[in-house]
Design a protein around this ligand. Structure first.
Ligand code: ZN
Length: 149
């Protein structure tokens, strides 16, 4: 589902100024703007200027900045006029994870009691025991290779 940078990518067009967006933040690496299809009022997106399709393509420094800016925007939403009661930070990596624009982005979603936005787990209701958790943890540690702390 990969899309090349440039006119076929809506976020590249927004970064280039050839598609409209309502910006709230810009720096050398990132922009942030209102989601055109918000799940709640005030829903923001933090987007690298570079066309980085997935999470693994995002350099650590840019990813770190995405989180820092997302955190600042969350504070602004909480301080602002929309009476935000909570925040979800959400990053969808891959179609199976509900990524729909293949230019990495972090959602900053203001939450309000009763807003109706839910994560629903209705297809897998596993309750693994400690043995299974330890086996999965070992598999993840092995995949990390030398990267573990
Ligand atoms: Zn792009």
């Amino acid at each position: 589902v990969s899309v090349p940078p440039g006119p076929s990518c809506i976020f590249c067009r927004i970064v280039a100024g050839t598609a409209d967006a309502s910006f709230v933040y810009e720096d050398d690496d990132l922009v942030a703007f209102m989601d055109i299809n918000p799940v709640t009022r005030g829903h923001l997106l933090v987007v690298p200027r570079a066309h980085l399709p997935g999470l693994a393509d995002v350099p650590p420094q840019v990813g770190g900045r995405m989180f820092v800016v997302g955190r600042e925007l969350a504070a602004a939403l909480r301080a602002g006029p929309m009476t935000t009661q909570g925040i979800n930070l959400f990053l969808a990596d891959g179609a199976a994870a509900m990524q729909s624009v293949f230019h990495a982005h972090l959602h900053v979603i203001p939450r309000f009691r009763g807003d109706g936005f839910r994560f629903v787990r209705d297809h897998w209701s596993g309750s693994p025991d400690r043995t299974e958790l330890e086996a999965d943890a070992a598999a993840v540690r092995a995949a990390l290779g030398g990267a573990e702390a």
